[in-house]
Design a protein around this ligand. Structure first.
Ligand SMILES: NC(=O)c1ccc[n+]([C@@H]2O[C@H](COP(=O)([O-])OP(=O)(O)OC[C@H]3O[C@@H](n4cnc5c(N)ncnc54)[C@H](OP(=O)(O)O)[C@@H]3O)[C@@H](O)[C@H]2O)c1
Length: 251
């Protein structure tokens, strides 16, 4: 496997790597030389396929499962990761997430709590639980969203979770800088995945292109390269930032 960016000798955990942006990111990190722990909510063929794809191309990958909606999910995941990696993790991509389009009137307390559990509580406690194995030169990348800075569709509760991610990034980066740990977020616009499958319809495509400077619908690989950059030494002076990777959305 070859790539301009070298992550050889590094170990990465990508949450939500069975599908979409996480899948593309896991494969891109492996292509750059990292050993990748491919996380999904539960054991699944999709996660196995990602591991097999990486191994077939000569890379190193293992799967790890945990439901991050459970209060204890991040703690369980961290334990599994530590038993697989020994005592060092170089790259954490907290990508797993859920969305729910609903008007303010139609958003339920259950929806709201689930969104915050998976999108905010889980990355917070995953970072906390993995701190003992993150060290000098480690990079943490969280997934934010265009929705955190602009109104798109009926996504106010989801958008609030991504606003919280942007806030966490600044506070984590400030607190962990002394230990040489960088913390950043990527904010995609609409990316054609299961989460944004409306982008496959004509109306969804028109809506998406109408708010973007670049006139095509983003694919997961359009995001993965930016995550690899933030994970790498090329981004050694970048921390506490949310990088927009959205084809120029809502400029
Ligand atoms: N797609 C977009 O347009 C877009 C735009 C901006 C930001 N984002 C953000 O990018 C990230 C990835 O999005 P995506 O579009 O790639 O999503 P996706 O295709 O729907 O994939 C979601 C991933 O998260 C995992 N996940 C969901 N609930 C989980 C849970 N309770 N416990 C553990 N893992 C769970 C899924 O695992 P299973 O396969 O096991 O369910 C899957 O691997 C998310 O944080 C999302 O908010 C996406």
């Amino acid at each position: 496997m070859t790539s301009l960016t070298s992550l050889t000798g590094k170990t990465a955990l990508v949450t939500g790597a069975s599908r979409g942006i996480g899948r593309a990111t896991a494969i891109a990190l492996a292509k750059a030389g990292a050993r990748v722990l491919v996380h999904a909510s539960k054991a699944s063929q999709a996660a196995d396929d990602v591991v097999e794809t990486i191994r077939a191309a000569g890379g190193q990958a293992d799967k790890v499962a945990a439901d991050l909606r459970d209060a204890n999910g991040p703690h369980e995941l961290a334990k599994r990761v530590r038993s697989l990696t020994g005592e060092r993790l170089d790259i954490l991509v907290a990508n797993a997430g859920i969305s729910k389009a609903a008007s303010i009137e139609d958003t339920t307390v259950e929806d709201f709590d689930n969104l915050f559990a998976v999108n905010v509580r889980a990355p917070f406690f995953l970072v906390q639980q993995l701190l003992p194995v993150l060290g000098d030169g480690s990079s943490v990348v969280l997934l934010s969203s265009l929705a955190a800075r602009a109104s798109v569709n009926n996504l106010s509760a989801y958008a609030a979770t991504k606003g919280a991610v942007d806030t966490l990034v600044r506070h984590f980066a400030s607190a962990l800088g002394e230990r040489g740990i960088r913390v950043n977020a990527i904010a995609p616009g609409v990316v054609e995945t299961d989460m944004s499958n409306f982008a496959k319809t004509d109306a969804g495509r028109d809506f998406t292109l109408g708010m973007q400077a670049l006139k095509r619908v983003a694919q997961p690989n359009d995001i993965a390269g930016a995550v690899v950059f933030l994970a790498s030494d090329d981004a050694r002076w970048v921390t506490g930032d949310t990088l927009r990777v959205d084809g120029g959305s809502k400029l």
